[in-house]
Design a protein around this ligand. Structure first.
Ligand code: CA
Ligand code: CA
Ligand code: CA
Length: 427
């Protein structure tokens, strides 16, 4: 008999490990039945879909890992809402749950996908008010977020999954809304499994002067500190004007473009935007002694060059020109959009590294024109206005080659021809 029990024990399946997501309780409907807020019925029971974004949902299993091995769905149970999995980013719509009463002080749910604050998000709504909102982090991987509902005990709420974005990361992933008696604590979600090893920098954390002294340079060269923190923060691009002054872009918006339309942030947010500063060494000792804020409130600046009466700025989707008042070192007018169409969804490929060339005017490096629509828009601008842009006739040309990751993307070197001027130097 003992040997029989032993054999049965060997045959019994191993107990599955408890799912760290499988905690709390599902909300219940007015007739006391658990609502399908985890999609484990395999359909959209207890949900109302509008638009096209949630057609064919829910998704069964981790289809993310099957198509790209650097992300996972990290869903609960078998089923989840994977906004990209059926029809990609293009469709839009909402998915709204049946209303239910807040029976516990805390809730949590899983969210992933796009990070567009208002356009790819999960909202908890009470009456007409959104009382909580969460987005993804531009990863398919869902993470669990907790929600303090103590103020809403016994109120009726519902969940709304929102997809109003048809562009890059224009989708939202969602699963498993649950209630909890106490503030839930979750094991930290594993990071997306990217290959490679953590960066290690030998001199990380040195103060600016110490960093300069620690640098190794070829014989005959030396390094001195011209400007460093706290006088300059988060520099992303710089150039030197004809007076030897250093123009620096401080990037605060990067890596996600502020959703404000146009090149500038709204007035109330201007202090949060990108800045352009001028550092000047008036006494020639190799260190700056005059710092001027040329302008602030720019949106996602990644490239700068100075000359021909103003400042040439890359701030995807725009290539801008800002006239420069030499007396005040302030803009002499609003930014002019010379070109648009550069993608900003993939912000390590925005327009950058401007330099005045001997024959080709201002040249900039690799930048992605993200969609077919934006490519054609940029090309129309180029061909439609060959010689009437800013500063005495600037011609903008683009040489393109296919991006490796998609036939609809185009990138390459682009140039402006040198504006007509009597001077041979950019001034
Ligand atoms: Ca589920
Ligand atoms: Ca979408
Ligand atoms: Ca000085």
């Amino acid at each position: 008999m003992n040997s029989l029990i032993f054999s049965l024990a060997l045959l019994a399946p191993a107990q599955p490990k408890p799912d760290p997501n499988d905690i709390g309780v599902l909300p219940v409907s007015t007739d006391g039945k658990a609502l399908n807020l985890d999609f484990e019925t395999g359909d959209l029971k207890d949900w109302t879909a509008e638009g096209e974004a949630f057609k064919g949902q829910p998704i069964k299993g981790d289809t993310v890992f099957a198509r790209r091995n650097d992300n996972r769905s990290r869903h609960q149970g078998q089923f989840w809402i994977g906004g990209y999995e059926k029809f990609g980013d293009k469709p839009t719509g909402t998915l709204t749950s049946a209303p239910f009463k807040v029976t516990h002080p805390w809730a949590s749910f899983l969210v992933g996908g796009g990070s567009h604050t208002l356009d790819t998000c999960v909202e908890i709504v009470s009456g007409k008010d959104v009382i909580f909102r969460a987005t993804g982090t531009d990863e398919e991987d869902m993470r669990r977020v907790s929600v303090d509902l103590t103020k809403f005990k016994d109120k009726v709420i519902f969940v709304r999954v929102v997809d109003k974005d048809a562009g890059g990361w224009g989708h939202i992933n969602f699963d498993d809304f649950r209630f909890h008696e106490k503030k839930p604590s979750f094991p930290e979600r594993p990071k997306a499994e990217l290959p490679g090893i953590a960066d290690a920098y030998k001199h990380a954390g040195l103060k600016p002067l110490d960093a300069a002294q620690a640098m190794t340079v070829p014989d005959g060269f030396s390094v001195t500190l011209f400007a460093g923190e706290p006088d300059v923060h988060q520099p992303v691009a710089f150039c030197i004007d004809h007076r030897g002054r250093l123009w620096v872009v401080e990037a605060y918006v990067y890596p996600r473009r502020n959703p404000a339309k146009g090149p500038m942030l709204p007035e109330k947010d201007k202090a949060l935007g990108d800045k352009i500063l001028i550092f000047e060494d008036t006494d020639g000792d190799g260190k700056f002694d005059k710092r001027t804020v040329f302008m602030e409130g720019l949106n996602l600046v990644s490239g700068i060059e100075v000359g021909f009466g103003g400042v040439w700025i890359g701030a995807a989707p725009y290539f801008l020109f800002v006239p420069h008042d030499e007396k005040t070192d302030k803009p002499a007018g609003e930014p002019k959009i010379l070109l648009d169409g550069w993608g900003y969804q993939d912000t390590h490929e925005t327009l950058n590294s401007f330099i005045w060339g001997r024959t080709a005017g201002c040249t900039g490096a690799t930048a992605c024109l993200r969609t077919a629509a934006s490519v054609s828009r940029a090309r129309r601008t180029i061909s439609g206005h060959p010689s009437t842009r800013a500063s005495g006739g600037t011609i903008l040309r683009s040489t393109s080659s296919r991006c490796s990751r998609g036939a609809r993307r185009t990138r390459g070197v682009w140039t402006t021809t040198r504006p007509a001027t009597s001077s041979s130097k950019p001034v």
